[in-house]
Design a protein around this ligand. Structure first.
Ligand code: COA
Length: 358
C-alpha cells in the first residue's frame, strides 16, 4: 500500500523517463533539450506515436491529415452549442465526448486535432465571438493561434506554441496519463481514454495550476511585494502554484525549456522580471518553511507566462496543455492496449465487518 501510489511502478514504457533526482526528462531516447524548440507538434506526434498506430501518416501527409481532421470537426462547434457556464476545459471535454470511439489511426488523428478547434471555439464563444473555421493548410500550432485570435500568427509565435506543446507532450506515469491507461486497458477506446486524461488534467494539483499562477502574479503586481504576498498565502494554508512536484526533487527541466521559449519569443520583459522576482522569493520562502521537502519550480510557472504571451486567457491554459499531452495519452493508451492487461489494483478494506453470529 502506498498513499497516492507514490513510487509504485505500474507499467513498462518506451515513451518517457522522468529522473526526479537529476531533473532530467527523456522522451523516446532523446533529452527534452534536444526536442523543445527544435521540432513542431506534428514531428512530436511522429516521434511518440510512430510504430504504435498502424496507418498514421507522417511528414506533410500528417500535417494535411490533421488539417482535414480540424476541418471535419468544426461543424461540431457550430451545431452543438454548450451551456454558457462551462469553462473552456469543460467545453473541450463535452465536445470531445461527441467523437465516436475507436482504437484506429483515424480516431487518434481526430483527437489530436480536436483541442485546437475546441479550445479556440470555447474561448471565442465565452467572449461572445463567432468561432473561426480552420485553415487546413497551416500547421496545428499556427492554425490554433489563428482560430483563437483571428489574425495569422508570426512564425516566432507558432514556434513558441510548438515548443510548449512538445515540452508537455509526455511525462511518465503522471495522473492523467495513468487515468488514460486505466481506461485504455478496459478496451473502451481512445476517445474514452482521452476524456479520462482531460478530466484528470483539469485539477489544480495537475494541469489546472497555470491559471492560478497568473492570478498570483497579478495580485502581487510589483516585484518588491512578492515576499509579503507569498508569506501571507502560506500563512493562510495555501500552496504556491507552479512549485513542487511528486517526482522532481530539483528544478523541473520543462521550466527551463519554457523560459527559453519565452526569451526567443521576446516576451514582455517587465512581466518576465516580475515572474523571476516571484520565483526567487517563493523558492527562498519554501526552503525556509519546508527544509525537509525540496520544493522547486515546476512546468506550470513558465507555462502561464508563455501561454499568456501568446494570447490565451488563463481559463484556457489547461486546454492547451491537453493539446500537447494528447500525444502522450494516445501513445500510452496504444502501449497499454498492445500490452493487453486490464489495470485492476487491490484495496485494503478498513470498514466494519458484518456481525458474526454468536
Ligand atoms: N506550496 C507550498 N507547500 C507545498 C507545495 C507548494 N506548491 N507543494 C508541496 N508543499 C508542501 C505540502 O504542504 C507538504 O507539506 P507538509 O508535509 O508540511 O504537509 C509537503 O510539501 C509535501 O507535499 P505533498 O502534498 O506530499 O506533495 P505531493 O507530491 O503530493 O504534491 C503537488 C505534488 C504538485 C501536487 C504539490 O507540490 C502542489 O500542490 N503544487 C502546487 C500545484 C502545482 O503547481 N501543480 C502543478 C504540478 S506540475
Amino acid at each position: 500500500m502506498s498513499d497516492g501510489l507514490e513510487d509504485v511502478v505500474a507499467a513498462h514504457t518506451t515513451l518517457s523517463d522522468v529522473d526526479g533526482g537529476a531533473g532530467r526528462l527523456v522522451i523516446r531516447g532523446r533529452s527534452l533539450d534536444d526536442l523543445a524548440g527544435r521540432m513542431a507538434f506534428e514531428e512530436m506526434v511522429t516521434l511518440m506515436l510512430g510504430g504504435l498506430l498502424p496507418g498514421l501518416p507522417s511528414g506533410t501527409a500528417l500535417s494535411a491529415a490533421l488539417g482535414a481532421a480540424r476541418t471535419a470537426l468544426f461543424p461540431i462547434v457550430l451545431r452543438m452549442p454548450l451551456p454558457a457556464n462551462l469553462s473552456p476545459v469543460e467545453a473541450l471535454r463535452a465536445w470531445t465526448a461527441l467523437i465516436p470511439d475507436g482504437e484506429d489511426a483515424g480516431t487518434a488523428l481526430t483527437l489530436l486535432a480536436a483541442p485546437a478547434v475546441f479550445t479556440a471555439a470555447a474561448v471565442r464563444r465565452a467572449r461572445g465571438l463567432e468561432p473561426i473555421a480552420p485553415n487546413a493548410g497551416l500547421s496545428q500550432a499556427a492554425d490554433t493561434l489563428r482560430m483563437l485570435r483571428g489574425d495569422r500568427p508570426s512564425a516566432a509565435e507558432a514556434a513558441a506554441l510548438d515548443a510548449y506543446l512538445v515540452t508537455v507532450a509526455d511525462h511518465g506515469l503522471n495522473a492523467s496519463t495513468f487515468a488514460a491507461r486505466v481506461v485504455a486497458s478496459t478496451r473502451a477506446g481512445l476517445v474514452s481514454a482521452e476524456l479520462a486524461g482531460i478530466s484528470a488534467l483539469k485539477g489544480p494539483l495537475h494541469g489546472g495550476a497555470p491559471g492560478p499562477v497568473i492570478d498570483m502574479l497579478d495580485a502581487i503586481g510589483e516585484p518588491g511585494d512578492a515576499r509579503a504576498w507569498l508569506e501571507a498565502a502560506l500563512d493562510r494554508g495555501e500552496r504556491l502554484m507552479g512549485f513542487g512536484h511528486r517526482v522532481y526533487r530539483v528544478r523541473d527541466p520543462r521550466a527551463d525549456a519554457l523560459k527559453a521559449a519565452l526569451r526567443r519569443l521576446g516576451a514582455d520583459s517587465k512581466r518576465l522580471a516580475l515572474a523571476e522576482a516571484v520565483e526567487q522569493a517563493a523558492l527562498a520562502i519554501l526552503r525556509e518553511r519546508k527544509p525537509n521537502r525540496p520544493l522547486d519550480t515546476n512546468v506550470e510557472f513558465y507555462t502561464a507566462l508563455l501561454l499568456e504571451a501568446l494570447g490565451f486567457p488563463p481559463e484556457a491554459f489547461t486546454c492547451v496543455f491537453a493539446m500537447g499531452r494528447t500525444i502522450g495519452w494516445l501513445a500510452h493508451a496504444q502501449e497499454q492496449i498492445a500490452g493487453g492487461r486490464l489495470i485492476r489494483p487491490q484495496s485494503v478494506y478498513v470498514g466494519p465487518r458484518p456481525m458474526q453470529a454468536a
